[in-house]
Write a protein that binds this ligand. Structure first.
Ligand SMILES: CC(C)(COP(=O)(O)OP(=O)(O)OC[C@H]1O[C@@H](n2cnc3c(N)ncnc32)[C@H](O)[C@@H]1OP(=O)(O)O)[C@@H](O)C(=O)NCCC(=O)NCCS
Length: 85
């Protein structure tokens, strides 16, 4: 499942909104995955500056070297591991 790119208004940045939104989206994917087999969630970074946010804060993993596409396995979500902690 491809996660759409998100944006937070300048005035509201730094309040944890983006992290909460992504975690909410992943919770929804987990529900959907019980009805239809979803193996991974992927996101296409706008640019490299977003890598620490998705990898560091939300435990997404890199795909192939140099790619802006990251992924997280639904099985990891179901195990209760990050990013659902
Ligand atoms: C990137 C963006 C969505 C972050 O929104 P935000 O609501 O300010 O982020 P949060 O407050 O949820 O940040 C949560 C944590 O991630 C960190 N973080 C946020 N943006 C980061 C970045 N670009 N790189 C590294 N860490 C980042 C924050 O410091 C915070 O860390 P903490 O919990 O240790 O304090 C926002 O800056 C934005 O809209 N950017 C422009 C659009 C964009 O780049 N969208 C992403 C497309 S892939």
């Amino acid at each position: 499942m491809l996660l759409g790119q998100l944006g937070v208004d300048q005035a509201s940045k730094g309040q944890g909104l983006a992290k909460a939104l992504v975690r909410h989206a992943l919770d929804q994917v987990l529900l959907v995955s019980k009805l239809a087999g979803v193996a991974v969630v992927v996101v296409d970074l706008l640019d490299e500056s977003l890598r620490p946010f998705y990898e560091g804060q939300l435990d997404f993993k890199p795909t192939k070297s140099g790619s802006l596409r990251l992924y997280v396995e639904v099985a990891a979500l179901a195990d209760g591991k990050k990013p659902l902690e």
